[in-house]
Design a protein around this ligand. Sequence first.
Ligand code: GDP
Length: 442
Amino acid sequence: MAFEGLAEKLQETFKKLKGKGKINEKDLKEALREVRLALLEADVNYKVVKDFIAKIKERAVGQEVMESLTPGQQVIKIVNEEMTNLMGGTQSKIIFSSKPPTVIMMTGLQGAGKTTTSGKLGGLLAKQGKNPLLVACDVYRPAAIDQLHVVGESLNIPVYSMGNHHSPVDIAKAGVEYAKANQKDVVIIDTAGRLHIDEELMDELKNIKSSVQPTEILLIVDAMTGQDAVTVAESFNEQLGLDGVVLTKLDGDTRGGAALSVRAVTGKPIKFVGMGEKLTDLEPFYPDRMASRILGMGDILSLIEKAQSNFDEKKAMELEKRLRTQEFTFEDFLEQLQQVKNMGPIGDILGMVPGMNNKKLKGLEFDDNQLVQAEAIINSMTKIERNNPSIINASRRKRIAAGSGTKVQDVNKLIKNFEQSRKLMKQFTNMEKGSKKGRFKF
Ligand code: GDP
C-alpha cells in the first residue's frame, strides 16, 4: 500500500508522544525531527516539509497543546489538520459547465495513465448520471486510439476518433461538435503524451486549449515517480494552466511524496486518485481522509457517524459515569454489548478505529461469535449476580457455563476482563485528577 513506510514512522513517533502525560519542548522537538525525517524519506518536497514543520511547531508550542490534559493527542490533531490543509483541505470536485458540454482535457506524459484514466473518469461520471463522450486525440501512438476504443466499449461509453491523419486540434474540435449534436454533456479529450516535456507537446496542448476552451484541464501524473511528478505538474501548470491533478498508481508501492507535495508546490488540487488497473479504480480525493489514513487515525468521521446512529447519548453519559464510579455492572455491560452489535461486524468497526491500520488488522481474526458468547454468559447470570459480580464463586461459574453452553474457562475469562476494565477505568480517573496539578508551561 502507498504511504506504508511514512505511516509506520509517523505512528511510531506519535505512539511515544501519546504515552506521555505531559510533553516538554525537548519531546516536541524530537517528535518534529522524526516527522521531518519521515516526510523527507517519503520523498516529500524539501521546502514543503520545512514549511509544514514550521506551522506545526508554531501551533504546538502554543497554550492549546501544553495546557491540555492530553498534549500528545493535541499534537497529532494539529499534524492531522495541517496535513489535510497541505493536500488542499477539502475535496476538489470537477466543475461542470453551465452550458454543456463540459469539456475535460486530459494531459500528461506517456505512461502516466492518461488513456486509462480518461476511461475511468468517463465511467465514474456516467455512474453519476452524465452522458460522456471520449475523444481520441493521441495521433502519434496508434495503439492509443485502439486502447481508448477498447476502454470505451467495456464501459459502454462512445468514443469519437478520426484515425491518425488529422491534427489533434481538428479532432478535438470535431469531437466537441459531435457531442453537441448528440446530446453528450461531458467530453473527455485524451491528448497525446511524450516521454518528456518538450515545446512541441506544449504547443499542441496550447492549441487544443485555445480551440476548444476546455472547462477543466487535468494533468495525469504517476505517483510512483515521486518528485518528478511534482516537477511535471509545476511545468504543465506554468505553461498550460491546470485545474487539477489526477494521481495514478497510488495502489502501488509509492512512498507518497507526490500526494503530499503537489498541491503545495503547484497550488492545484488533486481531484482524483487512481487505485488500480481496473476501470472502476478511480476515486475522488479527500485530503482529510488521506491524512487520517497516513496518521493511523482511522476513518473517525465514519465511526462517529455510525456510533451516533446507534448509541443513545444520554445513556452513554450515564454509563460513563457508572464506569468511573465503579458502579458499572454486568447489566450495563450487556446493554453496551447489544449496542456494539447493532453497529455491524466487529472487523469493520475496528478498521475505523484510530491506531488500527491495515497492518495491525492483517492476521487478526475478529470473531463476532465472541460477542454472542459474552451475551449468552451474562444472560445466564441472575440479576443479583449481574449487579454484584464479586459473589460469582466457583459453583456459580459452573452453573453459568452450563446455562450458556460455554466452558467455565470462558466464564472466568469474561469476568476477569470485566474486572480489569473496571480497574483500568479507576486508574484512568485517578490519573486525570492527578494530572490537573502542575502542568507544564513554556
Ligand atoms: P498513457 O500513456 O498516459 O495513456 O497511459 P495508459 O493509460 O496507457 O497507462 C499506462 C499503464 O499504467 C497501463 O498499464 C495502465 O493499466 C496502468 N495504470 C494506469 N492507471 C493506473 C493505476 O491507478 N494503478 C495501476 N496499478 N496501474 C495504472
